[in-house]
Design a protein around this ligand. Sequence first.
Ligand code: AMP
Length: 217
Amino acid sequence: MRLIFLGPPGSGKGTQAAKLIEKVQVAHISTGDILRENVKLGTALGLKAKEYMDAGKLVPDDLIIEMMRQRLQKDDCSRGFILDGFPRTVAQAEALEKMLNELDMKLDAVILFKVSDEVVVERLSGRRGCRQCGAIYHIRFNPSLKGDSCQICGGELYQRDDDREEVIRKRLDVYHSQTAPLVGYYGKRGLLLEVDAGRSSDEVLKTILDAPWGRSE
Ligand code: AMP
């Protein structure tokens, strides 16, 4: 199974990818997670990426493409992968196509997570994460039973710098101008499957698993 999850920030791509890999043994590759890990570790890539991320802008294509070139060659990708948050520009999609040709791999589908901007703002501005164990909460839809602390490990809950409302709006602008053209790009290649990402998470998962590549695993 080789899938791309395409959609605005907050459309549930990461949540669905996490659920899917409980059912099928494929690699979940989130470029946002890899970048955040690099920022945390203070690597050269992390230092370069941080200012873009905090401003809600895309990290330059050459950095992302090189990062993904290395990631796709790791052993765990041989059974398949879900790309979550990549590609985000046409240049990245073209580079991916080339990389996959070189690796003799074929994409099964591109899942488009459709959701309105207002739902995204509501979901993301209320999102909180645990600094210690990474658990994710929402102040309204899924609050921690321990208030500002994680109900699993007691760690401190925090809001990502890029989940502030003004940054979310910027990230949405970037999505509409730079990433949405990929809908046409993959549509032309017959790879696109649209899902209504405003529905419940279980319904979205079912749609993905009911597709031919979901059944084949
Ligand atoms: P995410 O967690 O996927 O929303 O990503 C968080 C931030 O990381 C984005 O707002 C971008 O600054 C950066 N980022 C993640 N993936 C990419 C990508 N494929 N291309 C450029 N920047 C990215």
